[in-house]
Ligand binder design. Structure first.
Ligand code: FAD
Length: 263
């Protein structure tokens, strides 16, 4: 690993000031992706700006319409938060299924979204739950945030402060884990909103997360296993595109059935 400076920022402004001084600096949340990437020489930041202890970035707030979670909130805190469990149980469950216990106590919501791994879980929740990614500069709708393979709408030096999830009537997440890492070989998040509005987001099967519009349309028939179109699925050493398509269908039905049991 190349030498680098370390700076622990005590607040958001300090983090931004430090970033302005060094364009090759990187924000450090839990380090779950950043540190392995540095160890492998994939990136060589001159400085790490540690944002993990900034109080504002670790808050969970609930209002009548939404649950807002600070970017540096670790997965384990989301999974065990009584507020998240009560308001959006599907989101708490999703967080509980990320990686292993070590990853869940270090990894963060903001780090996961900023990284936008195509097999990560949170992007599916952000898309299905009408997420708004609130940064130090603007609010980005989840629909506009995920722009491609490990790519997001974030600009250089932009910090995710928090993520606002709109409370659904009911939600459920179904995931098939890749055995070694726990990442999603396929993951399907289903959220039901008033007036039978349904959102279905899929992760793990393509170049990045996407809304499965055909599944949204067919939600009312979800007690039957139906063949819904899915395009641009990937084949890699873990699974073929055909197998991923099968998993997505099974997981969609599983999540949809769970929602119907509770509504
Ligand atoms: C063994 C293992 C198993 C895993 N399994 C899963 C899994 O099953 N499902 C899953 O979804 N994920 C999984 N992960 C990923 C993990 O959950 C982390 O969320 C992810 O690695 C990001 O890590 P982090 O939050 O520590 O961010 P870091 O590694 O600290 O940062 C990642 C990137 O995001 C940037 N960043 C961090 N915070 C912000 C912010 N607030 N604003 C702007 N940029 C920011 C950093 O500069 C860096 O570029 C796994 C990781 C490991 C190592």
């Amino acid at each position: 690993m190349n030498p680098f400076k370390y700076h622990r920022a005590e607040n958001l402004q300090r983090a931004k000031d430090q970033q302005n001084l060094d364009e090759n600096a990187k924000y450090l949340a839990g380090g779950m992706t950043l540190l392995p990437a540095m160890k492998h020489g994939l990136i060589q930041p001159s400085q790490l700006i540690d944002i993990s202890t900034i109080v504002e970035l670790g808050e969970i707030q609930v209002d009548a319409e939404s649950v807002t979670i600070g970017a540096a909130t670790q997965h384990d805190r989301v999974a065990t938060s009584s507020a998240v469990q009560k308001e959006i149980p599907g989101l708490a469950y999703l967080a509980s299924q990320i990686g292993d216990a070590q990853v869940r106590v270090r990894g963060t919501l903001g780090g996961s979204l900023a990284n936008n791994d195509p097999a990560a879980d949170y992007p599916a929740a952000a898309l299905a739950l009408k997420g708004q990614i609130i940064t130090d500069r603007r609010t980005i709708e989840a629909e506009d945030f995920f722009t491609g393979f490990y790519a997001t709408a974030l600009e250089d030096g932009e910090i995710i402060r928090k993520v606002r999830f709109i409370k659904p009537v009911q939600s459920a997440y179904a995931k098939f884990k890749q055995a070694a890492s726990g990442y999603a070989l396929a993951g399907v998040f289903v959220a039901l909103y008033p007036n039978q509005e349904v959102r279905v987001a899929v992760t793990g099967v393509g170049q990045g997360v996407f809304r499965w519009l055909a599944a949204e349309k067919h939600y009312s028939d979800s007690s039957q296993v139906i063949d819904l179109p899915l395009e641009n699925l990937i084949t890699d050493l873990h699974a073929t595109s055909k197998y991923r398509a099968h998993l997505a269908k099974v997981l969609f039905n599983r999540a949809a059935t769970q929602i119907k049991q509770y509504t």
